[in-house]
Design a protein around this ligand. Structure first.
Ligand code: GAL
Length: 666
């Protein structure tokens, strides 16, 4: 059980402090009517709970929690520390964050705190303690929600306090100034320090900043916020040892190393806001959901999503009928044990007054309310899937340190190589084929997988390389991998550094392609599955990136064709390990070959736009198109949504879904 509530969770952020008390009874009644069983409460309520230093006003929250409980609704109770109140900021202006140019930010929004501020931390921990003292025994309490979306607005602060904290962190990491100088390569551009006290955060400087400094800064910022989370968690653990603690992640957020964060969480929760205007957004969403499931290798919780439009894009497209349901089912399909929303009642004021909600401005007469009721019914019908897991034969290796290194500004061969694009290059066709995928951090034991794909491992340590070599199975490594060590220093002999023996190649030069330019890649006949070679030699088209590769002891699978690299190896293979030195638009010939070779089977054969996943003995089929899709079920079963037995060939309506309890598999 993910929290103290059995079955699937359904509900959303509830901000009763924005409404007169007369409204609350209606809220609770309608929540119960819709089947809501959990509400996230008090996320931004610090200024209402502690209106003056150390003076608490819990009365209203007592009544809210009692009311929820009386209606059978549990609370994901926030520690309320996401936005410090005005008195704290006025008494301690130094607790507000400072940007890279040295401007101290003002009060008037949210998340106004310096992550390193001892004042913020002490007050946050004090409030968390007061909340746990007050509500630790409340029967509505199902889980703790610490902070909110760490790094959403405030990832970094460049103030003096942060500088001192950074220096302590650096001393711990590098030992002394000599260690720091060596790691950062400060002999370059005359940056040799004689004391760590001379080091500052990477504030705005005349030119590009030392990439070693930037990489450590990224690590530090992730760690500094994690310390904030952990400080509150320690208090909650002490006072309420049995109540699970989470903080809501933000999918593939670049700022925080969620592999590290997940270790500190009792359960992983995520907020996802795919753009309804983007017909392909469900693919990137599926990737981030698979990441969430992989972080702790167990069910997670979609803690925020939008019933329809958000309010923070330049243009905020609503979700057409059926899409809210479909997107919700997608989260379940990828291992979430519930569907929660931002927010319960649509706001009357503030920056989010046009953000959709489960209970829209138009009330129960509005079309959104029908969606809310329908989803409540669906979730009741699906309760038995809670707790089931996903078995994947394919793993994609991904780590934040490579992302940070790869995306450092103004020091790369090309700033067009983005790790998310690289991930999607491989993930998209796997997803289209209905192949289950786990994500794994660099260095993890991969022995359970039949196929491992490393779209990029720019930052590759000896340990990372050892884990890949130890895996020994079918492996595909993408371009610009094995380039630097943990300090962002180029490996001796150049790329792919510690992966050289495994891949059997050396990269002599990176050959980034200008925008709009393509590079043809010709597969060597016989190197791919015969079917793909029909009608002549298959060609791939690469964009963005290519490399001048020298083969050491690998076989050439494909060569560059035309241009300066004409005839040089583009894709190579040594034993089970393939190296792809470019970024093909379409990797399916390589992928299909690897899938066939390893016998990795899809969950179900699906037409384009239909997503197929498995959880335990349940098959999810989601039609993301607006057209009916015809497909053959791999097995007979009972559809939990339509409550019908299905078998053989079926037609799945546009934006509709099936959740099949497969016969004989339970
Ligand atoms: C999230 C945030 C919520 C709300 C929501 C709107 O980032 O956690 O408080 O602002 O976005 O989409």
């Amino acid at each position: 059980m993910l929290t103290r509530v059995p079955g699937l969770l359904f509900g959303g952020d509830y901000n009763p402090e924005q409404w007169p008390e007369e409204v609350w009874a209606e809220d609770a009644r309608l929540m119960a009517e819709a089947g809501v069983n959990m509400a996230t409460v008090a996320v931004f309520a610090w200024s209402r709970l502690e209106p003056r230093p150390g003076e608490y006003d819990f009365g209203w929250l007592d009544r809210v929690l009692d009311l929820l409980h009386a209606h059978g609704i549990a609370a994901d109770l926030a520690t309320a520390t996401a936005t410090p109140p005005p008195w704290l900021v006025r008494d301690h202006p130094e607790a507000m964050p400072v940007d890279a140019a040295g401007t101290r930010l003002e009060f008037g929004s949210r998340q106004g705190y310096c992550p390193s501020s001892p004042i913020y931390r002490a007050h946050a921990v004090r409030l968390a303690r007061a909340m746990a003292d007050r509500y630790g025994g409340h029967p509505a309490l199902a889980m703790w929600h610490v902070g909110n979306e760490y790094a959403d607005h405030t990832l970094e602060c460049f103030c003096e306090e942060s500088a001192r904290h950074f220096r302590r962190w650096l001393t711990e990491r590098h030992g002394d100034v000599a260690g720091l100088n060596a790691a950062w390569g400060t002999s370059c551009w005359g940056q040799h320090y004689t004391s760590i006290d001379q080091v500052n955060p990477p504030r705005k400087a005349p030119g590009p900043i030392n990439p070693g400094q930037l990489l450590d800064w990224r690590r530090f910022c992730s760690d500094a916020l994690l310390e904030c989370f952990e400080a509150e968690k320690a208090v909650l653990r002490e006072l309420t040892p049995d109540v699970p603690v989470t903080t809501n992640f933000m999918s593939l957020l670049p700022g925080l190393d969620y592999w590290r964060w997940a270790e500190a969480e009792d359960l992983v929760s995520d907020d996802a806001y795919p753009d309804p205007a983007d017909p392909a957004s469900h693919v990137a969403t599926a990737l981030s959901y698979d990441l969430m499931r992989s972080l702790k290798r167990r069910p997670w919780l979609l803690l925020e999503s939008a019933p329809s439009a958000v309010s923070w894009r330049e243009v905020n497209a609503p979700k057409p009928p059926g899409v809210m349901r479909l997107h919700s089912l997608q989260a379940l399909a990828h291992g979430s044990d519930g569907v929660m929303f931002f927010q319960w009642r649509q706001a009357k004021y503030g920056p989010e007054k046009f953000h959709s909600a489960l209970l829209p401005h138009g009330g129960t007469a509005a079309r959104g309310w029908r969606d809310t009721l329908r989803l409540g019914d669906d979730l009741r019908n699906l309760h038995e899937i809670a707790g089931t897991g996903t078995d994947a034969d394919v793993a994609i290796v991904f780590g934040w340190e490579s992302l940070w290194g790869l995306e450092a500004p103004e020091s790369m061969p090309s700033d067009r190589l983005r790790l998310k694009d690289l991930l999607l290059t491989w993930y998209r066709p796997l997803h289209e084929r209905g192949v289950a995928v786990d994500l794994a951090p660099p260095g993890r034991d991969l022995s359970g997988y039949r196929l491992v794909i490393v779209p990029n491992l720019y930052l590759c340590t000896e340990e990372h390389a050892k884990a890949l070599a130890a895996y020994g199975g079918r492996l595909i490594v993408g371009p610009f991998s094995g380039v630097v060590d943990a300090a962002d220093q180029v490996h001796e002999g150049g790329a792919p550094g510690p992966l050289r023996d495994l891949l059997g190649v050396a990269v002599d030069e990176f050959w980034p392609l200008p925008d709009g330019e393509t590079q043809s890649v010709r597969l060597v006949p016989g190197a791919v599955r015969p079917g793909t070679a029909e009608g002549g030699e298959p060609r791939l088209t690469a964009r963005t990136w290519a490399e001048w590769v020298r083969v050491l002891d690998a076989e050439v699978v494909a060569r560059y064709e035309g241009g300066e690299l004409d005839g040089l190896p583009a894709i190579t293979r040594k034993g089970g390990a393939t190296y792809v030195s470019c970024l093909p638009e379409d990797v399916t010939p390589i992928l299909d070959h690897a899938l066939a070779e390893t016998g990795v089977a899809p969950v179900a054969a699906v037409p384009p736009g239909v997503e197929a996943t498995r959880r335990g003995g349940y098959l999810f089929l989601l039609n993301h198109t607006t057209e009916p899709a015809r497909l053959a079920l791999p097995a007979a079963g009972f559809d939990l949504l339509s409550r019908r037995r299905l078998d053989g060939e079926i037609v799945l309506a546009g934006r509709d879904a099936i959740v099949l309890r497969i016969e004989g598999e339970k």
